[in-house]
Design a protein around this ligand. Structure first.
Ligand SMILES: [Zn+2]
Length: 69
């Protein structure tokens, strides 16, 4: 039988670079990427919902709708 030798034990490069969880700084898990757990994900989401995140909105204050006088 011709079985191809499977190299194991070599360097396994991750598909994604693991980056720390933005909530707690722990290594993120693949399931909850980029967070480490569902808890941190929920935390982040709730923060969004609470409006703590300042979303940069480039809204022109000079709205040209001053036609009603
Ligand atoms: Zn976390």
């Amino acid at each position: 039988m011709t079985s191809e030798p499977i190299k194991t034990g070599g360097k396994v490069e991750p598909l994604r670079k693991t980056r720390p969880c933005p909530e707690c700084g722990k290594p993120s898990s693949r399931e909850h990427y980029p967070f480490c757990s569902d808890r941190c994900r929920t935390l982040d989401l709730s923060r969004w919902l609470n409006g703590s995140y300042a979303i940069p909105v480039s809204e022109d204050q000079t709205k040209a709708d001053g036609t009603e006088d």
